[in-house]
Design a protein around this ligand. Structure first.
Ligand code: NAI
Length: 411
């Protein structure tokens, strides 16, 4: 593998931003002193992309651009990739790491959007709005207070008290709800929320259960027939997390049997690939179910937050070497670099590499002001602040260490 390094002036660093990345992201990069930004509204076809990325240092994509090992080979100057979205499946992450390229995304930029939608759904479900709305569309006038409730004083049960779950809890308390939650990790309760040590307790006590866990082996079909059977008669279920967490046939059966009062479902085990693909689900046609097309996190504000978040991470990596928030790379959090030269060395994680790096430096009688190292099983990343006037000579020597993937330095 070839080694690559750069210490380019900011106006020589090229950003290629594809798929119509929000202007907020481009503004942030420009504001940080980078002028060479090429942006395109579409995802180019692979052949054209291969040509476009040959001289690019930073690449911004969304979910439609597939970055394979072959394409990465063509991108000989590529320093980092920003996925301006939540998912990173479109990038071959380990191949990027092997080439010394960190990949950044924005996993939590749409937290608020999801929490707000769920909050609205809680109110709509407790008022029986889905069925009344469906009835009115058919000319029915279902005017009755029966089965309609205020949310004040009701119990919200949250499964998964992470970014979304905990924010939802705070918002729901603002409406006067009592909040209980279950998480597999001990989480500090916010506001007056109360933790439960078993998921079953949440299911048994809550008037509304809302799911905010990730899609893992353990959470697959976590809400099955048995779990649904534990919920209070007439309780409601909300899933805006991932489709495979709820057993949909079991949910449909519980709703038909009127064991549950209603449900709001945003994510499904199988979702249409695009607007031309029909949405199929056993829940279609059930008046008590609020169905939404996986739009929990889809707002203009979330798009802006995503753009700003990922652009900031790319700029920090370029300016300072920090890899915090990288999904495929050793994470090193760094103070701003001051008077010393900062040298960043990415290497295959083999025994003796750090020793080889340090011996190059000590042979040159250079003082190490600070050194930060993180490793993953295959790749290590060491950042050093060095008191030297001749960084290029040192970089040449570091490049000569056989395990070196890439060396970069900042003034
Ligand atoms: P997070 O990682 O901040 O929180 C997840 C929490 O679930 C963590 O506290 C974790 O410890 C807990 N957890 C994991 N396994 C568990 C289990 N078996 N039982 C109980 N707790 C468990 O994630 P965040 O950002 O809050 O997202 C939550 C879910 O929302 C994810 O599935 C995510 O994919 C989904 N999501 C959906 C969106 C949509 O458009 N509908 C948009 C954004 C996120």
């Amino acid at each position: 593998m070839t080694t690559r390094h750069h210490s380019l002036a900011k106006n020589k660093i090229k950003f290629l931003m594809l798929e119509g990345i929000h202007a907020k992201g481009l503004d942030e990069i420009r504001r940080s002193g980078y002028e060479w930004i090429v942006s395109e509204a579409q995802a180019p076809p692979p052949g054209r992309l291969a040509e476009m990325i040959e001289d690019v240092h930073f690449l911004g994509i969304r979910s439609r651009t597939q970055l394979t090992a072959d394409l990465l080979d063509r991108a000989r100057k590529l320093t980092a990739i920003g996925c301006f979205c939540i998912g990173t499946d479109q990038v071959d992450l380990s191949e990027a790491r092997r080439r010394g390229i960190p990949v950044f995304n924005a996993p939590y930029a749409n937290t608020r959007s999801v929490a707000e939608l769920v909050l609205a759904e809680i109110i709509l479900l407790l008022r029986g709005i889905p069925a009344r709305n469906a009835g009115a569309h058919r000319g029915q006038w279902l005017k009755s207070a029966r089965g309609s409730h205020e949310v004040r004083g009701k119990t919200l049960g949250i499964l998964g008290y992470g970014h979304i779950g905990s924010q939802l809890g705070i918002l729901a308390e603002g409406l006067g709800m009592r909040v209980i939650y279950f998480d597999i990790v001990a989480k500090l309760p916010l506001g007056n929320a109360e933790p439960r040590t078993r998921m079953e307790s949440v299911l048994e006590e809550a008037d509304v259960v809302s799911i905010h866990v990730p899609d893992t082996e353990r959470t697959r079909n976590m809400i099955d027939n048995k779990a649904l059977g534990r919920m209070k008669p007439g309780a409601h279920l909300i899933n805006a997390a991932r489709g495979r967490i709820v057993d949909i046939p079991a949910l449909a059966a519980a709703l038909r049997a009127e064991r549950l009062g209603g449900a709001a479902i945003d994510v499904f085990p199988v979702e249409p690939k695009g607007a031309d693909d029909a949405f199929e689900s056993e829940l279609r046609g059930m008046d008590k179910v609020l169905l939404t097309p996986h739009i929990g996190g889809s707002t203009e504000e979330a798009q802006q937050n995503i753009a700003l978040d990922v652009a900031t991470k790319l700029v920090r990596y370029s300016d300072n070497g920090s890899t915090m928030g990288a999904v495929n790379f050793p994470e090193v959090s760094l103070p701003d670099h001051a008077s010393a030269r900062r040298i960043m060395h990415i290497h295959r994680n083999e025994p003796g590499v750090l020793q080889a790096v340090n011996s190059v430096i000590s042979k040159a009688s250079i003082n190490i002001a600070a050194q930060y190292l993180q490793t993953l099983p295959d790749v290590g990343y060491v950042v050093m602040d060095l008191e030297t006037e001749d960084a290029p000579a040192l970089v040449r020597e570091l490049d000569a260490i056989p395990a070196t993937i890439r060396t970069r330095f900042l003034y």
